[in-house]
Write a protein that binds this ligand. Structure first.
Ligand SMILES: Cc1cc2nc3c(=O)[nH]c(=O)nc-3n(C[C@H](O)[C@H](O)[C@H](O)COP(=O)(O)OP(=O)(O)OC[C@H]3O[C@@H](n4cnc5c(N)ncnc54)[C@H](O)[C@@H]3O)c2cc1C
Length: 255
């Protein structure tokens, strides 16, 4: 802000190319830009239970690798899809006293190494052909009700339910300008470069592995520097170097 940056709270509805860059339409206004850095993140899919949001972070969690350590020595359950679910079960089994892996189908499916690791894990109870029908508790989650394919219900006492149903990334407003992979993520290369020379991207909405805060922050800095370089080059200036090196005696130092 001390460098005259401006923060605007608004929602981007459409980005289109214009004669000298981009026209950015938001809910409340319109902006012109020569370059854009995208970092819209992703939103986890909910299970769709009536009172699900009442227990958010009070026993209901959407990121096992982020929140599993809170449940050392406690009873947990996971529900979800594909390898996300398998990974959730394995991570929790290393910390929880017991974990229920709730499957809609009749058997485990997905990465064969993950499946084998789960099958050999005594801490995981696999509950097949079942889904979560309800959750309950007082100020924190205490029970989940599961229902099997015959309609029979069972109540499990748990301290947490991890929901790993994948996530949504909304890129409708820019999908005509950048390449998006089959998982709906913006394809980027080093420096946050997208398939469009003037658009850069960072964070959870991109193809980078390990969707974590510190990774997103670092990549945001990369994408920002790349956008700066792009703008400097438009003005015929050299921009900043991506890598600094100095030779002292016979040795080259990169920093
Ligand atoms: C439940 C949960 C727990 C997590 N816990 C941890 C943790 O403990 N440690 C950790 O390292 N990571 C954790 N993560 C992951 C971490 O939150 C992300 O990796 C990180 O926030 C990604 O940063 P980002 O900038 O890409 O996206 P976000 O932080 O999601 O920010 C994106 C922003 O863009 C805005 N936006 C989206 N579309 C538009 C639009 N069209 N116009 C204007 N604004 C828009 C969104 O509203 C949002 O404010 C967790 C994630 C979840 C879901």
């Amino acid at each position: 802000l001390s460098f005259k940056g401006e923060i605007v709270y608004d929602t981007i509805e459409k980005i289109d190319e214009s004669e000298d860059g981009f026209k950015i339409k938001t809910t409340r206004s319109e902006y012109a830009a020569k370059s854009v850095v995208l970092a819209p993140g992703k939103v986890p899919n909910m299970l769709g239970l009536e009172n699900e949001s009442d227990y958010f972070n009070k026993g209901i969690h959407y990121c096992t690798k982020c929140d599993a350590p809170f449940y050392q020595g406690r009873v947990t359950a996971s529900v979800g899809v594909g390898n996300y679910l398998l990974e959730s079960g394995l991570l929790l089994s290393r910390m929880a006293s017991k974990m229920y892996l709730i499957l809609r189908g009749g058997k485990l499916a997905g990465d064969k190494d993950l499946v084998a690791a789960i099958e050999n894990n005594k801490n995981i109870e696999i509950v097949t052909q079942s889904s979560v029908k309800a959750i309950s508790g007082n100020s924190v989650l205490q029970q989940i009700t599961i229902v099997d394919s015959s309609g029979a219900e069972k109540v499990l006492d748990v301290d947490a339910l991890f929901i790993e149903m994948g996530s949504k990334i909304n890129l409708d407003y820019v999908k005509h300008l950048v390449k998006i992979n089959t998982k709906g993520e913006i394809e980027i290369e080093s420096g946050g470069m997208t398939s469009h020379p003037a658009i850069f991207a960072a964070g959870d909405a991109t193809t980078i592995p390990y969707k974590q805060i510190i990774v997103a922050c670092g990549d945001g800095s990369n994408a920002g520097l790349s956008a700066f370089n792009y703008l400097e080059k438009l003005k015929g200036k050299p921009g900043v170097r991506a890598d600094w090196k100095k030779q002292i005696g016979g040795q080259v130092f990169h920093y």
